[in-house]
Ligand binder design. Sequence first.
Ligand code: HEM
Length: 201
Amino acid sequence: MEAAPRPAALTALRHATAASHGAIESLLRLDAQIDRDRYAAILCGFDVFLSAWEPAVMSALPERLHGGFMARSRRAFLHQDLATLGLERTPAAAAALPNLPSRAAAFGSMYVIEGSALGGQVIARQLAGRFGEGKGTGSAYFLGWGDLTGRMWREFREQLEIEVGTDPVDLEAACVAAVQTFDALASTVRARLDEPLVLAA
Ligand code: HEM
């Protein structure tokens, strides 16, 4: 029996972004001790980032991939959390964005946001019931697609390998965009953390 081919894109992306993942984890410190204002500022940072990032990815993807990309969006969950925390609307703010000059770059960037749904399952368990009860739990974004997360991640990984391929130029473009995506998200969230929100009690 032939061994399964090595996932070239996933292997390269994991290697290239290991340090960036550690850095954003340290920045967010999304553990059970987090207070409500800090958590709300982080969610606002994600919302500011994703509101600019989603259209940027759409522009970099061929039309045949648009529907599948938008079907994976977790922004509606984010808005549910913001409402639970008493923020109906995210303050207007500028987002940093990665450069996405090619489809390979777009997939490298998507790897970061899709992969974050895995860590999201761990984060959601830590935050469960912390900021809301009943309809809004406050951790809907990190819970995301919940039980479907594993299956969606496997499907994304298959698509990632097909769309990025094994050409070293494309692999490099995907890795550069992935690191830029971590950096852009971190700097957008950091800006919200530096400018604390005042929430209604
Ligand atoms: C405190 C915050 C975070 C924690 C505790 C965390 C934790 C984790 C954990 C436990 C996994 C592995 C899950 C598994 O294999 O089942 C993971 C994967 C991942 N996380 Fe995070 N994460 C955090 C934040 C983020 C953020 C903000 C991003 C990017 C927006 C991110 C991107 C990723 C990616 C891309 C993977 C997939 C790695 C791979 O399998 O190739 N994480 N995270």
